[in-house]
Write a new protein. Structure first.
Length: 358
């Protein structure tokens, strides 16, 4: 399998303070058969100056700002790898990340392998948890059934995914106008229709929690509106792909999707005047949230109980009290220690049950 060429595509826009760590991690992989491509999407900081110092060690793609899909398209066009990793410039890979991915890559191939990422803060300090959390479900195998039933499957952040070139060739180029942002969401959904997915339940890199990507810095309705709008686009994409492949997509998919409903009730609670769905009400969202928790969410009964309580508390408490409740669910680093202790007890139980099922 060491004949497989792996392309690590570092996507950068004004992340000069983190960029070198990302590039260095890509260049320092223990697996030799790699190429490193750095796409600068029209940065206005000193990113290009830093990139130029790497000279022949990397392939440099410098372009006008066009957004995430544009950067993905440019990087993929410049790549030659059998396996493609899109590494966000504020993240980094562990030294043996590619080696571990290639080691589990099946001879007959998969659409992608995805793995956990360690959560770190802006200074690079480990936050004590992973994305997704250890013991939570990463999609494995033929995930289309789950995607069409629940609107989601367990997926790693962008830097935790390694894609098959053959699968990507079927879904590229990405529409640059429609996916100026959230092109990673397009990849996560669409790739599921083009082959099986393999989960590697261990960290292969780090996901940096900071500024605009940190839910805990500003719990405002506008953040949740963006989340909701992203999910609406995703539902349309799922429906389109399902039709193309002869599947039925349920019309109530978003009312089955637990993570979507969490954002929806948070948006309505925090900023009802600007909430994007006029027909929503708190009682209906409590009902839909609890229903989706027990019928469609991939959770143990213990965690279902916690999420059920969360929906009632957000819906019924005054906004001043509901806001910290919203905060601890969406911002893992802000969870009360009592909640973290409870989850730390539940996760080993979840793991044991899954191991027995496997």
């Amino acid at each position: 399998m060491n004949t497989l060429l792996v392309s690590i595509i570092v996507n950068n826009y004004n992340y000069a303070q983190y960029l070198c760590e990302a590039i260095d991690s890509a260049c320092a992989q223990s697996y030799d058969n790699t190429e490193v491509i750095v796409v600068d999407d029209g940065s206005t900081d000193n990113s290009l100056e830093l990139i130029a110092k790497y000279d022949d060690a990397i392939i440099i793609v410098s372009k006008e700002n066009g957004g995430q899909a544009s950067a993905f398209n440019a990087g993929f066009s410049a790549s030659r790898g059998d396996i493609i990793i899109f590494l966000d410039a504020d993240d980094y890979l562990l030294p043996n990340a590619v080696e571990r991915i290639v080691a589990v890559w099946p001879p007959d191939g998969v659409a992608k392998v995805h793995a956990l990422l360690n959560g770190i803060d802006a200074q690079g300090q480990f936050l004590g948890y992973t994305y997704p959390a250890r013991g939570e479900y990463l999609g494995n195998g033929h995930v289309v059934t789950q995607l069409l039933e629940r609107g989601v499957y367990g997926v790693a952040p962008t830097s935790g995914n390694a894609f098959s070139r053959g699968a990507l060739e079927k879904i590229f180029p990405i529409d640059e106008e429609q996916y100026r942002i959230s092109a990673d969401g397009y990849l996560a959904v669409t790739i599921a229709f083009y082959g099986d997915i393999l989960a590697l339940e261990e960290p292969i890199g780090a996901y940096r929690v900071h500024g605009s990507n940190n839910w805990g810095t500003s719990m405002e309705g506008r953040q949740f509106r963006a989340f909701i709008e992203h999910d609406i686009r995703k539902q349309k994409l799922i429906a389109e792909q399902a039709e193309n492949f002869g599947y039925n997509s349920p019309p109530d998919l978003m009312r089955r999707t637990n993570t979507h409903l969490r954002a929806r009730i948070a948006s309505l609670k925090l900023d009802p005047e600007s909430h994007p769905i006029e027909t929503d009400s708190l009682p209906r969202l409590i009902y839909d949230g609890v229903r989706s928790t027990w019928l469609y969410a991939e959770l143990t009964w213990q965690k279902r109980s916690i999420v059920t309580l969360w929906f009632f508390m957000v819906g019924l408490l005054p906004t001043s009290l509901a806001k910290p409740v919203i905060n601890w669910l969406f911002a893992q680093q802000n969870r009360p220690q009592s909640v973290e202790r409870l989850l730390s007890i539940l996760r080993p139980i979840i793991n044991q049950k899954r191991a027995k099922r496997a």
